[in-house]
Design a protein around this ligand. Structure first.
Ligand code: ARG
Length: 652
């Protein structure tokens, strides 16, 4: 158990004579920000005193009286209005480091109740190349799988690819009408992607031309209302001002929507070939949808095309995954569940959960305006139906205890309805969680796109990361008197720095926030980056090389750890808390809990290294103890980064 959790359980006993509701009070036991106040601080006496109507210092004294921490802490101190400050005994830290040094799990005990967790992540819609939008799910999901496994859980990573959606109808339509056979022979996936884009573009063109007149009218009306509001808003009425603001936003949004549709139309109109294609395929959107319906209904030719397209699409995905070192135990796409959908709907109907509504089959959930549609009026099943069948399969066939969905936060409404439906359906003994994340933004504060407004392809992004990383690696190695790396080694290091940089930059942010994609920050050799950690790791390996000490034999289990200066003690204390960082990741699936721990630890290591000489330590015992700390630091870096899917190299 991590030291913080040990302290919490000791406090739980100490608090129990005073209150029954200890939960929130235990949350108030934290690491102190300032060593002046010890290593940990408990601020629970103040709120408890309020509840009990006593003085906080008296309550603090009462808690301390019952608190048994003498094995690990110095005598607790009561400070200020009633803070309880705890300082770990140096002996305790030293002994704990001794244990961790001899443990390849760095003090993380395996879960006593292992769960089987299915992690649904990456899950792109196939037949379109992967783009930057797929990065977050792939990277966050992979880190979660690795950390769960490390903590002793059983994990099934499942890539729930969209291989049965409307994009196939579009590609089939494109294939029949616009195929460039030579290009298809040369690069099947690229040609399919072109067809997808073309059919999309032509459908959008018709949709835009059809919709624009109404939208312009709509804008006129909203503008007139706005003018009216403007002339009446003389009074400083807050409500009126608010209304004005909303109206202004409506007008602006409509205007920008019109502008973007006009741009789409103009793009086609400016290109004679595209315009001719558009005019020759006026009904393209409906016809493409029809191809999808035919595929779903088992049409032989469409089925055959689907079988022809899919392997190439999967191969293209796998290429990206192998570059990112992301693995899946299963890739059961949406198509896999197709045969189960009819039963799902009839089951939901038979228990009265799903009902008819305007010809569609829907589930109405209290408190939600939008119904959960499981079968559309044309008979088609939906994304929702597939997800319901998937949960049933994961629970009953895979025996999952828990399912984690690493999916964009824009789908939270869908998952909310999905999980509520499952409970009502009787699938309550599997815990489902939507691990949501925000958008990758460009420097302009808008979703990250290429200059021409296209999605940034994931392959080209990785290429660029590696190319940029190569410059960093070259520069670093060229600066040495004697370069340490051959061209092959430089290429290998550039690869781990490049992909590690992208991953770390993603993982270090709170997953719910959007973040700005910034090459320079991401590959900086100082700061909160993978590059910094990777170089720190190699530097520690370098210390051992220089001193001709074999890292593999250093943690001998005999050496007493000596904590002679504050920086040394601070580093050791930090290194005892790797287990707490891992708990932090798994509590709410937040890999940034681990990146912050790594960054903090690296900072403590720098301070230690600046103040405490390893080579010229005052005694052989101290040198040995310091080498153990160095080795432990290196292992914390490599193990921590590995859990994030990031590699390290001994020489960089
Ligand atoms: N293919 C979906 C998309 O690209 C994501 C699927 C997520 N997983 C799921 N079981 N719904 O939006």
């Amino acid at each position: 158990m991590s030291i913080i959790n040990t302290l919490k359980s000791r406090f739980a006993s100490a608090l129990s004579p005073l209150t029954t509701n200890t939960g929130p009070l235990l949350e108030m036991i934290r690491s102190s920000q300032d060593p002046k106040f010890g290593d940990f601080q408990a601020n629970c006496a103040m709120p408890l005193a309020k509840q009990l109507g006593k003085s906080p210092r008296d309550v603090a004294a009462e808690i301390v009286k019952h608190l048994d921490v003498s094995d690990c802490c110095e005598t607790p101190e009561i400070a200020g209005p009633g803070f309880i400050n705890l300082r770990l005994k140096d002996d305790w830290i030293a002994a704990r480091i001794g244990q961790i040094a001899g443990d390849n799990r760095l003090g993380v005990t395996a879960a006593d109740k292992p769960r089987h967790v299915v992690v649904d992540f990456s899950s792109p819609n196939v037949a379109k190349p992967m783009h930057v939008g797929h990065l977050r799910s792939s990277v966050i999901g992979d880190a979660i799988c690795r950390t769960l496994r490390f903590a002793g859980h059983k994990v099934t990573s499942d890539n729930h690819i969209g291989d049965w959606g409307t994009q196939f109808g579009m590609i089939i339509y494109g294939y029949r009408n616009f195929l460039d056979a030579a290009a298809y022979r040369k690069d099947q996936v690229a040609e399919l992607a072109r067809l997808y884009k073309l059919v999309n573009q032509l459908s959008d063109y018709h949709k835009a031309t059809a919709g624009l007149p109404d939208l312009r009218l709509h804008l006129q009306q909203r503008q007139a209302e706005l003018d009216e509001l403007n002339s009446n808003v003389a009074s400083a009425d807050r409500k009126a001002k608010k209304k004005l603001k909303t109206q202004r936003k409506t007008v602006e949004d409509t205007r920008s929507m019109i502008a973007s549709l006009e741009a789409r139309v103009a793009e086609i109109a400016a290109d004679a070939k595209l315009l001719a294609q558009a005019n020759a395929h006026i009904d393209i959107a409906r016809l493409a949808r029809q191809e999808t319906s035919k595929l779903h209904a088992g049409d032989e030719q469409n089925q055959q095309l689907w079988n022809e397209f899919l392997p190439a699409c999967l191969a293209a995905l796998n290429q990206v995954y192998s570059r990112l070192d992301v693995q899946f135990d299963l890739t059961l796409g949406e198509s896999y569940y197709n045969p189960m959908l009819a039963d799902v709907v009839s089951d939901l109907r038979s228990i009265g959960l799903a009902t008819d509504s305007d010809g569609a089959t829907c589930i109405f959930i209290d408190g939600n305006d939008a119904p959960f549609i499981v079968q559309k009026t044309d008979g088609a099943y939906t994304y929702a139906t597939t997800d319901l069948a998937t949960i049933q399969y994961r629970r009953h066939e895979l025996n999952a205890d828990e399912i984690v969905y690493v999916v964009d936060k824009r789908q939270s409404e869908h998952f909310n309805l999905l999980f509520r439906t499952c409970q009502l359906w009787g699938l309550e003994n599997v815990k489902c969680q939507h691990v949501s994340f925000g958008t990758v933004m460009g420097n302009d504060g808008k979703p990250f796109k290429t200059r021409s407004g296209d999605n940034v392809g994931l392959e080209s992004l990785i290429d660029e990361a590696i190319a940029r990383a190569r410059l960093v690696v070259d520069e670093n190695d060229d600066r040495r008197e004697q370069p340490a790396l051959s061209p092959d080694e430089r290429a290998r290091v550039a690869q781990i720095v490049g992909t590690g940089g992208i991953k770390y930059a993603d993982l270090r942010h709170n997953r719910d926030s959007d973040y700005v994609f910034d090459w320079d920050k991401m590959l900086a050799t100082t700061g909160d980056t993978a590059t910094y950690m990777q170089y720190a790791y190699a530097r520690i390996c370098g210390i051992f090389r220089e001193l001709h000490v074999d890292r593999r034999t250093i943690a001998d289990g005999q050496t007493t750890i000596l904590l002679t200066c504050p920086e040394e003690r601070a580093l050791a204390l930090q290194l005892t808390q790797f287990d707490y960082a891992i708990d932090g990741v798994l509590t709410d699936y937040r890999p940034n809990q681990l990146t912050s721990w790594l960054f903090e630890t690296a900072g403590k290591f720098s301070a230690f290294y600046a103040h405490c000489s390893v080579k010229n330590a005052e005694s052989p015992e101290l040198r040995q103890s310091r080498l153990i700390l160095c080795d432990l630091m290196a292992r914390a870096l490599s193990t921590g980064l590995a859990l994030l899917g990031i590699e390290t190299a001994d020489v960089m």
